[in-house]
Design a protein. Sequence first.
Length: 211
Amino acid sequence: MLESELFGHARGAFTGAAQDRPGLFEAANGGTLLLDEIGEVSPGMQVKLLRALQEREIRRVGENRSRPIDVRVVTATNRDLAHGVAGGTFRRDLYYRLKVIELHVPALRERRDDILPLARVLLADASLRMKRKISGLTPGAADQLLPYEWPGNLCELENAMERAVALAGGSRVELQDLPEEIRRALPRHVSTGGPVRPLDEVEKEYILAAL
């Protein structure tokens, strides 16, 4: 099915193929195609993708002739593909074919300064979609978003804001409107290792963190 989606199929190629159908590579010809979760692709499909990228042509399922394509391919994954190559689950030649320009986006827990701005944007979006007048987060709710580890990254934050909008009894999201696992997150402690720091420096850091 993935091969049919990407490369298209000819009429009668399989049950239900009632007519010729171009795939996403043909539809994106002259433009850009995003392949999300590329790390989940099966080994057999990896071979076909590699051929399409190398030869710049595809072959519809059930056809014998190749069709030229001119597509910029962008891929995304939450897996470490280098580890996949080392473990034999991802083809080395496909990995290097895709790794032309690589952008690493750190997990949400590694960029905590982004949590509250993103939460506010997602909260406003959810409020608009659900037609609720929610103006923002209370200080207690905002503070509790920061120590949580966010294993689900942005999707989890988005779901948390949708839930909060749905459950909020007032004009702002309260602490009790957040999911239980977020409410149970313990505050992060500053490491006490290293040399003793001046009191004014510690106070300044605390004030900035509170702001």
